[in-house]
Design a binder for this molecule. Structure first.
Ligand code: NAD
Length: 386
């Protein structure tokens, strides 16, 4: 029987919620690109809309795994050699982790994980796994592609509006009992007529473009895979063959490409210098796409008008991480892809992947990142190992 090691974020500080703000969530059966939402054959071990992404929620997997006689370890203790994660890693056949609270599977840890056959990302974005080392070690890396794409796209649109309209400072002014309208509006603009560009136009980038189209922005994108002429025409998109060209052209830049070695620190001082003065940068992709202190310098100098996002490095971010306090930021912890709506889909997708693995049937192609010692499925389309 297998040991399944599952790393999830800690429970709410007030304890696991007995009730919720709403009684349920809409059922989504298909995504915009036609892909079906997760369809495990067995029953879900939770009611959609429940908090399953934290330790007590256990992604609703306990009953399914224990019925098969497997051992499920669920922990949030993931850092250092004495952590629960490292103690169980050598015996684990399956590791499950979420990008929000990533169990970093470094090359050193992979060398200790002698029995590891499958690493599942309950969500999207498997950069917390050293993919080259995973390919060498010949275990499968799979994620629940599509499960939280719209969750993140909605969040990115919210951040764009929040930054450009100066929403967060204005809310702060209302909350502290005063009425300083001029202080609220002195940095507030309409997005209408601005130029917007996404770097990466896959599932999330496309969903953002579609959601922004009615706002009357000029829409730009760059991606190694050019979209169809039909989509470009429908959304009136301007394609840029490289990121530098896009960065020079737009007022709002939004990142939706994966993190891999050659996209690490994609935004450094040189890239910030190419941006228009007063541009905004939104990043719900990965913290390491940005050089940490370069963004602080760009905001402090006034070259960048605002930065918002939910992704950091490392995660959790230390209390003194400069992005918590830098000027004109709209940062949150990593939450955009972990709404209760998203949790229901990525927990169901994790169950679907486990059913395939233990049932000896193929894992859906679009869920694969590494398989058979190489990039596969969505991994082959979207990632590079260098
Ligand atoms: P996707 O695979 O559908 O799309 C990624 C796109 O990026 C692809 O079209 C790919 O061709 C493009 N790309 C790759 N390298 C690029 C480069 N150098 N420049 C420009 N484009 C490039 O993935 P997705 O579902 O849209 O997710 C994108 C990323 O968002 C994930 O890799 C993950 O890191 C992040 N994400 C974050 C959250 C969150 O909660 N904040 C949740 C889900 C995903």
């Amino acid at each position: 029987m297998a040991k399944i090691l599952c790393v999830l974020y800690p429970d709410p500080q007030a304890g696991y919620p007995p009730t919720y703000a709403r009684d349920g969530i809409p059922t989504i059966v298909r995504y915009a690109n036609g892909q079906s939402a997760p369809m495990p054959s067995g029953p879900l071990g939770f009611k959609p809309g429940e908090l399953v992404g934290c330790v007590s929620g256990a992604l609703g997997l306990r009953a399914y795994l224990e019925k098969l006689g497997h051992e499920l370890i669920v922990t949030s203790d993931k850092e250092g050699p004495d952590s629960t994660f490292e103690q169980h890693l050598p015996e684990a056949e399956v590791v499950i982790s979420q990008p929000f609270w990533p169990a970093y599977l470094t090359a050193e840890r992979i060398a200790k994980a002698r029995r590891l056959k499958l690493a599942i990302t309950a969500g999207i974005g498997s950069d917390h796994v050293d993919l080259e080392a995973a390919a060498r070690a010949h275990f499968t890396v799979a994620e629940v592609t599509g499960s939280n794409s719209v969750s993140v796209a909605e969040h990115a649109v919210m951040l764009i509006l929040a930054l450009v309209r100066n929403y967060l400072p204005a809310h702060g002014i209302a909350a502290c009992g005063v009425w300083n309208i001029a202080d609220c509006v002195a940095r507030s603009y309409d997005v209408e007529g601005m130029h917007f560009g996404t770097i990466g136009a896959g599932r999330i980038g496309m969903a953002v473009l579609r959601r922004l189209a009615p706002f009357g922005l000029h829409l730009h994108y760059t991606d190694p895979h050019r979209l169809s002429a039909q989509i470009e025409k429908e959304l009136n998109l301007t394609f840029h063959s490289d990121a530098e060209s896009l960065v020079r052209s737009v007022d709002i830049i939004d990142l939706h490409m994966p993190l891999y070695p050659s996209t690490e620190h994609f935004f450094d001082d040189a890239m910030f210098a190419k941006m228009k003065r007063g541009a905004y940068l939104v990043n719900t992709a990965r913290g390491k796409l940005i050089e940490r202190d370069a963004v602080v310098r760009a905001l402090t100098s006034g070259h960048l008008a605002g930065y918002a996002g939910d992704v950091w490095f490392p995660q959790p971010a230390p209390a003194d991480h400069p992005w918590r306090t830098m000027p004109f930021n709209g940062m949150t912890p990593h939450i955009s892809g972990s709404t209760l709506s998203a949790q229901a889909r990525y927990a169901a997708g994790t169950l679907e992947i486990l059913e395939s693995y233990f049932g000896g049937t193929p894992i859906r192609e679009e869920y694969l990142i590494i398989d058979g010692g190489r990039l596969a499925g969505t991994g082959a389309e979207s990632y590079k190992l260098t």
